[in-house]
Design a protein around this ligand. Structure first.
Ligand code: GLA
Length: 400
């Protein structure tokens, strides 16, 4: 639950003025992993964990940002903001300022309080939620009228060029454009999307393996490089293949043997995952939950065997979930190498499912998993400022 009132009080105590408050959610990805940077398809949902950004203007030429989570404040003159990242929590909001400035938006002086409850390093996009919350908060002071899809692109740019993680657009996009009770099928090339209602008798249960991951550097970037290598090879044969989105299983059958074995596997995951993701969206829209569940399990197997981005703990979570009554489908969600599983579970069984999964996972691994019962939630929005603070306000028209 978002601590809106507490965040407001903390901001007023520290900075002396009543702030405007914005929220941007984390996400769970139902299917479509590592397909976004291949210009492919993803189907995430925003969740009810979020970052709050409380903001007020200043008149002293300073940018002051306080992180409640890290219990730390940074201050910089607005004309002398750091040009590069320093592996610090402030890289995310500072990256946002850097790309806004580059895009021609004049950065005002301001005080910002960031307070979030998206679990960090769990594969639920805490970083995108910080970026998007910071960006909509800062934009509210500038009067710049920027569409939400553009906000998503700018935040992705902050992550790629400032923070230094070569991620795709999925996380920032869903943090901007998610809708309550809906999953979002995104075409990562055109940025066209459609919303598919999640049936009201289903819960999104997220199980945290408690194995931490990090995107800046490391395995994520290695996988991405392998994917580029495979794409490049296929492009030599079929120049119209700009990204793996354009390649087919036939292409792999013809030319896959020219690839290094691990590159072939990475490409096979992405090419088949695109097909599964579009089929999963169709199944969700048609109410065909059996097919949706099957595709989720197949996606997990592909992520584990071909993309080799799962880990034993997460595999155990998926395996245990698949044996539980009421579980439609389960798979690792997010960048991989740890983090969480997403489980689609019938509401009536969700509580018992969570308890048993927790218990059986502890028996199997000795680890106490955090299990979250989530709802598909709205994308970034401003929070109503006075009465009923926990009531969320409608999205600001200027952010559409
Ligand atoms: C991370 C990245 C996304 C996407 C996923 C994997 O969450 O930020 O862009 O690539 O991993 O699907």
């Amino acid at each position: 639950m978002l601590e809106v009132t507490a965040t407001r009080s903390l901001h007023v105590q520290r900075f002396g003025h009543n702030p405007a408050i914005f929220a941007a959610p984390g996400r769970v990805n139902i299917i479509g992993e590592h397909t976004d940077y291949a210009d492919g398809f993803v189907m995430p949902a925003a969740i009810d964990f979020a970052t709050l950004a409380a903001i007020t203007p200043r008149s002293d030429g300073t940018v002051a940002i306080h992180s409640v989570n890290f219990d730390e404040q940074i201050n910089y003159p607005v004309d002398n903001l750091p040009p590069k990242a320093s592996h610090h929590w402030s890289d995310y909001p500072l990256g946002v300022l850097s790309v806004l400035r580059e895009a021609g938006v004049p950065i005002p002086a301001f005080s910002l309080t960031l307070n979030g409850d998206v679990p960090i390093g769990a594969g639920l996009s805490s970083s995108a939620s910080i970026e998007v919350a910071s960006m909509v908060a800062v934009l509210s002071l500038t009067g710049a009228d920027i569409a939400m899809t553009r906000v998503a692109q700018l935040c992705q740019r902050a992550e790629n060029h400032f923070v230094g993680a070569s991620t795709g657009i999925m996380d920032q996009f869903i943090a901007c454009c998610g809708a309550e009770n809906h999953a979002l099928l995104l075409d990562c090339r055109s940025l066209e999307y459609r919303l598919a209602p999640i049936p009201s008798h289903l819960s999104l249960v997220i199980a945290n393996s408690m194995v931490k991951h990090s995107h800046a550097g490391g395995e994520y970037n290695t996988r991405r490089a392998e994917v580029e290598e495979g794409t490049e090879l296929l492009r030599r044969h079929r120049p119209e293949i700009r990204r793996l989105r354009d390649a087919t299983p036939d292409d792999l059958a013809r030319w896959g043997h020219e690839m290094r074995p691990e590159v072939l596997k990475r490409c096979r995951h992405i090419i088949t995952e695109n097909i599964r993701t579009v089929a999963a969206a169709d199944a969700l829209e048609a109410g065909d939950l059996k097919t949706l569940g099957r595709l989720m399990y197949e996606a997990h197997a592909s992520f584990r065997n071909d993309f080799e981005a799962s880990c034993p703990e997460v595999d155990i979570l998926v395996d245990l979930a698949s044996k539980e009554p009421g579980c439609i489908g389960a798979r690792l969600t997010g960048g991989g190498f740890g983090g969480c599983t997403v489980n689609l579970v019938e509401n009536a069984r969700a509580q018992a499912f969570s308890e048993r999964l927790h218990e059986e996972y502890r028996e199997a691994t000795g680890i106490e998993a955090d299990i979250y019962l989530c709802h598909a939630s709205a994308g970034a929005h401003r929070i109503a400022s006075t009465e009923g603070e926990t009531q969320l306000a409608k999205q600001l028209p200027s952010f559409h």
